[in-house]
Design a protein around this ligand. Structure first.
Ligand SMILES: Cc1ncc(COP(=O)(O)O)c(C=O)c1O
Length: 422
């Protein structure tokens, strides 16, 4: 099935239960066991079924199945935020004394988690320039456990060589993780280009209307093989004393998501609420239609900005002149390039003035909403990042980021014109 169909049909059997056509919200904390043997079988994974909503829920299960299929993966795990999904993906692979390799072109929150929080857990993050994938090689050693990057970077709007990075990870036997939040599976499916694990902030385009915070991680079919017998990942290949001696790599279920659910979600507990899962399910039904419209409007606005005398540069991979255009055409579907673009006006004050003067755009730190959003990264999302980190992340004082919503692009252009020229 194609992504548009999967987004509406996958993961839910309408003929079951009350035969509700819409996915029901199972707003419950726990589930009844038939008897103690049934409960024991569920805990032992001899029988699959619901135990407790911290680790599984039937509404969230539909979301997980749907996103897994949309991404071309075999299993998914939802969590309470994109940041939690990123943490689970990394913590599922690396522990204290080990390292992961990551591009510098990352969302500010991810940069913070990697630079500050992971280091307190003893996990070192070694950064390289995602525009030069071969640089990753020099950083990989026997303690490396993952290679992390974004398919369409926020806020620097780069499209790295996805298949090259995935191949480098394969060569060293480490798991590649890609954050596909900005591109979404409606435009790009990194697993098709060799990536092992995909993570998402569902809070953005998946939800689509800025209503809820959530995250998803997706496991590809190749992860099980990569983990099995791999000396980098003994915790997947030896009995887990916290789960009756379960050996994840030998289990009959996709091991990456299994361990993330049974060990990490169980112990850390950043669980997505069933209601928010349901909101994301509603959002995903229209994901393809919205991504096409976001892309069309963003392209019109990118062209407008490109011709504006006060604009020094426009970063949008849909522009033929953009340095990422070739990669975007290679990895993205049918001329869609998402709704995120940024432009450079050369100084902090002008960027601030534009952000403060728009009337339709909302000044906020979000992307992927129906409502257009303007962000001045240097004073908000990347505020905690050092000057050196800013430079590496491609964030300059005069950079303005736009998340193009679903309003009429002509109104958005008029709004930008009065803010830039006024
Ligand atoms: C690319 C990317 N990844 C991850 C996140 C974090 O997601 P969340 O806000 O759902 O925790 C964001 C948030 O803006 C993002 O843009």
């Amino acid at each position: 099935m194609h992504p548009k169909t999967l987004a509406i049909q996958a993961g839910y059997e309408k003929g079951k239960g009350e035969k509700s056509i819409a996915v029901p919200i199972y707003q419950t904390t726990a589930y009844k066991f038939d008897d103690t043997e049934h409960g024991a079988n569920l805990f032992d994974l001899k029988e699959l079924g619901n135990i407790y909503t911290r680790i599984m829920n039937p509404t969230t299960d539909v979301l997980e199945k749907r996103v897994a299929l949309l991404e071309g993966g075999v299993a998914a795990l939802a969590s309470a935020s994109g940041m939690a999904s990123i943490f689970y993906a990394v913590a599922n692979l690396a522990q204290s004394g080990e390292n992961i390799i990551a591009t510098t072109q990352l969302y500010g929150g991810t940069l913070n988690q990697f630079t500050h929080t992971l280091s307190r857990f003893g996990i070192e993050v070694r950064f390289f320039d995602g525009n030069h994938p071969q640089e990753a090689r020099a950083l990989i050693d026997s303690k490396s456990r993952a290679l992390f990057f974004e398919s369409l970077t926020n806020p620097s709007i780069d499209v790295p060589e996805i298949d090259t990075l995935a191949k480098i990870a394969d060569e060293y036997g480490i798991v590649s993780i890609v954050d596909n939040t900005v591109a979404t599976p409606a435009i790009c499916r990194p697993i098709e280009h060799g990536v092992d694990v995909v993570v998402h902030s569902a809070s953005k385009y998946m939800g689509g209307q800025g209503l809820a915070i959530g995250g998803v991680l997706v496991e590809s079919a190749r992860v099980a093989e990569k983990l099995r017998g791999n000396p980098r990942y003994p915790h997947f290949n030896t009995p887990d004393p916290s789960y009756h001696g379960l050996v994840y790599a030998s289990a009959p279920l996709p091991p990456f998501v299994l361990r993330a659910r049974l060990a990490l979600l169980r112990d850390i507990g950043a669980t997505l609420s069933p209601f928010d899962s349901w909101l994301f399910i509603q959002g995903i039904e229209t994901l393809s239609v919205r991504m096409r419209e976001h892309s069309l409007s963003a392209m019109k606005i990118a062209h407008y900005l490109q011709n504006h005398p006060k604009v020094q540069a426009v970063y949008y991979p849909g522009l033929e002149s953009d340095k990422n255009h070739a990669n975007a055409v290679k990895y993205f579907d049918e001329g869609m390039f998402s709704g995120l673009l940024s432009f450079e006006v050369g100084d902090f004050e002008l960027a601030q003035k534009i952000a403060d003067s728009v009337k339709i755009f909302t000044l906020a730190t979000n992307i992927g909403d129906t409502k257009s959003i303007i962000t001045h990264s240097a004073s908000t999302t990347h505020r905690q990042v050092s000057a050196e980190g800013l430079k590496k992340a491609g964030v300059t004082p005069g950079l303005v980021r736009l998340s193009i919503g679903l309003e009429d692009y002509r109104d958005l252009i008029e709004d930008l014109a009065q803010a830039i020229d006024g």
